[in-house]
Design a protein. Sequence first.
Length: 536
Amino acid sequence: MFCGSNVDSGNKWNFAEVNKPKRILGVYVGKNENEATRTNWEIVITKTKNILNLWKARGLTLKGRVIVTNALVLSKINHIMGVCELPQWALNSLNSVISSFLWRGKGNLIAHRVLIANKREGGLGQIDIGAKKDALRAKLISKFLDPNRHYPWEDALASQLSNFGLRDVRNLCILHPEKVVGELKPFYREIVEAWGKLLPHLMPICRNKEDVFRLPFLKNPCFLHKGKTITSSHLMEAGLLWIRDIMDDDFSVKLDFIFGVLKNKNINFRKCSIRSITEKIKNTVTLFWERIMQTKDISMQNDDLNFLLCQNNNPVSVQEIKTKAWYKLLIAEIKRTPTTEKIWAQIFPGFNTKSIWTSGGGLFTPPTLQHLDFKIKHRRIFTGIVLHQINKGKYERKCKKCNEQDEDLEHLFLDCSLVRAFYSTIRRTIQSACNFHCGSDTEWTLLFLFGLKKNSAHQHTHIINTILSYTRFSVWTVRNYALYENRTLSLLPFFKTLFLNHLKNCFFANPDTFNQLLNTGHNLFTVHQNSITLNL
């Protein structure tokens, strides 16, 4: 196979030729780059479908399905994505396959941009493939800028960076419009686009004024006026792109020189407009220099271009940034706050809705219960009102347990008369058996919905959160029996059976841990030699 610009060279060595893409070190390469890329990703997409199809019948919770996609799917695409461009059609296909697996072929109940956030922000830490790709591309740039190491691919990247925009490696200092980077080869276009997303978080390393004067000032996130980069078609057309072109050593603007260049190149301009633009540039450059003077010194062996990542007033060289850190920066730009926080804030004025994501659950809460708690927090429960809107002929709006009111989420888990009586019993039990007290009814309401904070100082946090999770699960399950099987079950006996079976399973699985974390300082249940008795 002959690759490169002279693929049609005569085969004077009489080697056997391969015309179709050939797999080398796990990646298909060939004369036709597009064909090789399509082959790579079609195989990956097919493998992804096959893997996820094997897991579809496992009865996993949403959290379990996210773990499967993060662990198994990413392992299949990381190598390919590191050396081959990821076309939009392939990204869309992968996202579609993963979404179908997560939601079992139905519509997304929770937005992807919410799920990619961490658990403390209402997400599940689902990996965003696009952001992962950008993080890998950013890591390539940080390696490229490392003055202490050299890689075989450096010349190829440097050549691409010299083929557009500033025709210089300092193209990495500015933001480029899509039409400009569109001229690059796909893989290198992805590198430049990924770096552009991270550039607002970065600052070029400048040891002295000369380093500053060698920076471009147009579309440079370091030089912002009212939060926006500075642009000027006149200065760009005149080729005045660098700070040295328009400023003296004392940061004064060379207006006469600028006017002369514009006139010599027959560019129509207004002096007041040029004065305004250059004044903005002067102000931003001066502020940038002051910032440089306050930045901790980063020793460099040469004058090559390099960048710092400034976080928490602690500048760090980009060579020290791991791919995971790049990914977190990228995710921070695209993740979204759950809309449910606004709704809970309206229902409970003054309540810190951020705290719901760190409440409930615990070491002994089964995944099925955690799944229900997650859906309650996100208000993604199919209540009677929702089901009636989906199929009016099959479902009624009224609560199937009490037949008194329309069933919304608050009625289902809080206001139903049968639920209130059940909650009163659970509340008295927790107060007496665990010596736990809340100040108001509203605080108890929040506890029944979300549970105790995981970092609560109360010694019985684990057992209380487990009780509350089983309380919600009992309400939900008894309601489903009434709705789908027309069976009436009593809440308290049903709860006792579920909770007692769970305690027995935990005890026989690990008696020492059970006694240490769940069976200390309360009289909620009694542990005998081979059995457990609930004191309810």
